[in-house]
Design a protein around this ligand. Structure first.
Ligand code: NAP
Ligand code: ZN
Length: 350
């Protein structure tokens, strides 16, 4: 037995998202059934809808910043009850047996984590994401949303939040840290808020002079226009950690001299070969690293939510109707979002 669901799907790399009916699996004993209230729009949704990563499965229902209300729980579910406000991020399953899963790093599961959409579930069925009215998810991959947080503004924490929180924590960012963020979009604005709340001194690198005021309001101590050579020269040797959120191919070489000794530039945006090639000189002359990072584990996601609950941190959002998602994608491509679109799922049938 399966359950009917309604959502929005795209059927090819070049077609818009349109209304779509599909089936959700019949809940298993350890499943939580969730009525979706809000879903954030991540740049990864756009990459996958348009097959930028050459791995798209159609029809595709994107969406991995899911906030909802529990409408049913299986008999083996212990942490959730009907009515709870919960979140689901980029993963809905993993092997739960390998060393990575045992270490709470399900995103690096040796057998491959099961992504919330554009993936095959462990039973071989396609997974469909949060641009829909309901979802059935294994309890282990569901997180609690602290009461204090505004639900719609908390949705982006499920991807933009955890993707920037995980490297901040891995590289031990705290009160004495100097952190820089490249790109002020969904991930970038969460990186600024979270790094600031951890006590770091935060700098934004941006291409967009018009974002300066917002960056300050979000918590940036300094803003550097990446196209301005004298501003770039002013931050040489400064940063312990740079989080680069730029979605498309770009030159990372200009950022390397701005790292301090032992500093790390962590790429979370662009996937693929870098051009121009990475110059190793500034790396060798200061034991600097270039690294990558993928979302975060489930325990870490809950820790981030608890931290955000304590510090009152949510995303700055523009709420949109489901039918306006195609226009939102066009605006994302122009970096015209302040700073995350969130779909109000009550508008699904409008
Ligand atoms: P976004 O909201 O569109 O923000 C990206 C920002 O990058 C823009 O606002 C812009 O900031 C800057 N940028 C610089 N060059 C750009 C260009 N050529 N085109 C567009 N933007 C450019 O995107 P997002 O949702 O934060 O996602 C950022 C990237 O992270 C995407 O590639 C996404 O797939 C990836 N991602 C990775 C993970 C992971 O686990 N590693 C998780 C989620 C998302 P300025 O105007 O300030 O320059
Ligand atoms: Zn995402």
């Amino acid at each position: 037995m399966t359950m009917k669901a309604h959502g929005y799907a795209t059927h090819s790399a070049t077609s818009p998202l349109i209304p779509f009916q599909f089936e959700r699996r019949d809940p298993r004993p350890d499943d939580v059934t969730i009525e979706i209230l809000f879903c954030g729009v991540c740049h990864s949704d756009l990459h996958q809808a348009r097959d930028n990563w050459s791995n798209s499965i159609y029809p595709m229902v994107p969406g991995h910043e899911i906030i909802g209300r529990v409408i049913a729980v299986g008999p083996e579910v212990t942490r959730f009850r009907q009515g709870d406000h919960v979140g689901v991020g980029c993963m809905v399953d993993s092997c739960l047996e390998c060393d990575a899963c045992e270490d709470g790093l399900e995103q690096y599961c040796r057998c491959g984590a099961t992504y919330t959409y554009n993936a095959l579930d462990r039973d071989g069925a396609p997974t469909y994401g949060g641009y829909s009215d309901r979802i059935v998810v294994k309890e282990k991959f569901v997180v609690k949303i602290p009461d204090r947080l505004d639900l719609k503004a908390a949705a982006p924490l499920l991807c933009a939040g955890i993707t920037t929180w995980s490297p901040l924590r891995h590289w031990n960012v705290g009160e004495d840290s100097k952190v820089a963020v490249v790109g002020l979009g969904g991930l970038g604005h969460m990186a600024i808020k979270l790094a600031k709340a951890l006590g770091a001194h935060v700098t934004l690198f941006t291409r967009s002079p018009g974002k300066t005021q917002d960056a300050r309001r979000l918590g940036a101590d300094e803003i550097v226009l990446s196209a301005d050579e004298s501003q770039m020269a002013g931050v040489i040797g400064k940063f312990d950690l740079i989080i680069d959120t730029v979605p498309y191919i770009h030159d990372v070489n200009p950022y390397m001299p701005t790292l301090t000794i032992n500093g790390t530039l962590v790429l979370v945006g662009y996937l693929g070969g870098l051009e121009p090639a990475l110059n190793t000189v500034p790396m060798i002359m200061g034991r600097k690293s270039v690294a990558g990072s993928l979302i975060g584990g489930i325990k870490e996601t809950q820790e981030m939510f608890d931290f955000c609950g304590k510090h009152g941190i949510v995303s700055d959002i523009e709420v949109i109707k489901m039918r306006d998602v195609n226009e939102a994608y066009e605006r994302l491509l122009k970096s015209d979002v302040k700073y995350r679109f969130v779909i109000d799922m009550a508008s699904l049938r409008d």
